[in-house]
Design a protein around this ligand. Structure first.
Ligand SMILES: C[C@](O)(CO)[C@H](O)COP(=O)(O)OP(=O)(O)OC[C@H]1O[C@@H](n2ccc(N)nc2=O)[C@H](O)[C@@H]1O
Ligand SMILES: Nc1ncnc2c1ncn2[C@@H]1O[C@H](COP(=O)(O)OP(=O)(O)OP(=O)(O)O)[C@@H](O)[C@H]1O
Length: 323
């Protein structure tokens, strides 16, 4: 019997600036970045059932794929996962990594015995993911899916975890997951986990999506990456829109390395300032109104793709879950 259903937009993020401050001993980088959400993303639905009769659980499916050893996948035995892209139906999907990290956290917090008892009482959840966000595009799709999964399961399973605890779990999955759990426009510090709310004037964005997968880890290890941008004092950051002082330290490198990204950027620059998000490949321009953004979008040549979306100070996932 179905008990409840949550339909959530798992949104994209844009980095409105991104400064790399230094390389840490563990290989990660300390950065400072302004994260903003847009109302465009993947669709995720979570349906809770009182019995498992209608589906094969994710854990059974994962066993069949024989990909890795299945430590700490207990929560996957309570879910079924499907995605419109079959290549994402594996245990390297960040949705599964989120469930694995959640299992670990719950066991540590409540103890194995209590966790195992709790597990028996949980509803079965059918998770469906429809991908719309480009992968390796710098809009954080996988991280967003992981965060949406944590938020939805916490709600449907009534786990009672705080947003701070979910951020901590998210950080184990990826540096960009905490911002999606936090759900507010924010300036990030550390490796992306120290977040300070920073609401801005909501605008419209034309985002171009070059058909190019950019490998984040590879770029972070490039010898040509600038790594010593000074940290901006928080009270001196006055973001009003794309401007030279709000740069992205990856932009020049990616522009030079990927002609498809350079082409999209050059096209946008014909109309005004433009910026790259994350490690690319997506680039964007800001507009005061939807009409202005659409007018430029309609002039896109056939070999460029993109979309128009509205900036949001509260992530669409949070808007649905918390009103
Ligand atoms: C560049 C950004 O997209 C900005 O939003 C993020 O910082 C990247 O976040 P992400 O994709 O969630 O990154 P992760 O999956 O945690 O890490 C991928 C790889 O990027 C590098 N990495 C990531 C984040 C960070 N602050 N320093 C790093 O050096 C590490 O080599 C890591 O192995
Ligand atoms: N749920 C998921 N959705 C998309 N990609 C996923 C997912 N889970 C794992 N991945 C893997 O992560 C890779 C990067 O995808 P993602 O969409 O997160 O990139 P991104 O937008 O560049 O992220 P970031 O901005 O955090 O660097 C994909 O190529 C895919 O192999």
């Amino acid at each position: 019997m179905r008990r409840s259903k949550l339909k959530l937009l798992s949104p994209a993020k844009l980095n409105l600036f991104l400064n790399i401050n230094r390389r840490l001993d563990n290989g990660y980088h300390e950065l400072q970045s302004l994260f903003h959400f847009i109302d465009f993303g993947d669709d995720m639905t979570f349906e809770a059932y009182s019995d498992e009769s209608h589906f094969r659980t994710s854990k059974e499916a994962l066993k069949q794929t024989k990909l890795e050893e299945l430590d700490d996948w207990e929560l996957a035995s309570k879910t079924a996962f499907n995605c419109d892209l079959p290549e994402l139906e594996t245990n390297s999907n960040l949705v599964f990594k989120a469930m694995q990290a959640l299992s670990r956290f719950l066991k540590a917090k409540f103890g194995e015995d209590n966790f195992n008892k709790k597990l028996l009482s949980l509803d079965f959840i059918k998770i469906s993911l429809t991908k719309r966000l480009p992968m390796g595009g710098g809009v954080g799709g996988g991280s967003s899916n992981a965060a949406t999964t944590l938020l939805a399961l916490n709600s449907l399973w009534k786990l009672g975890l705080s947003l701070d605890e979910l951020r901590e779990i998210g950080l184990k999955v990826g540096a960009d997951v905490p911002i999606f759990v936090f759900g507010q426009t924010a300036i990030a510090d550390g490796v992306g986990e120290k977040l300070t709310s920073y609401p801005i004037k909501e605008k419209w964005y034309l985002v171009l999506t070059p058909n190019q997968h950019v490998n984040t880890a590879e770029l972070f290890s490039s010898p040509h990456l600038p790594r010593n941008s000074p940290k901006l004092p928080l009270d001196e950051i006055k973001y009003r829109g794309i401007a030279p002082q709000f740069k992205n330290d990856f932009e020049k490198l990616v522009y030079n390395q990927y002609p498809t990204v350079a082409k999209a950027m050059d096209w946008l620059l014909e109309y005004g300032p433009a910026r790259m998000t994350g490690t690319g490949a997506c680039v964007y321009a800001e507009f005061a109104t939807q009409d202005e953004a659409k007018e430029i979008y309609q002039q896109l040549p056939v070999d460029l793709t993109g979309f128009v979306a509205k900036g949001c100070n509260i992530s669409p996932t949070h808007q649905t879950l918390f009103g």
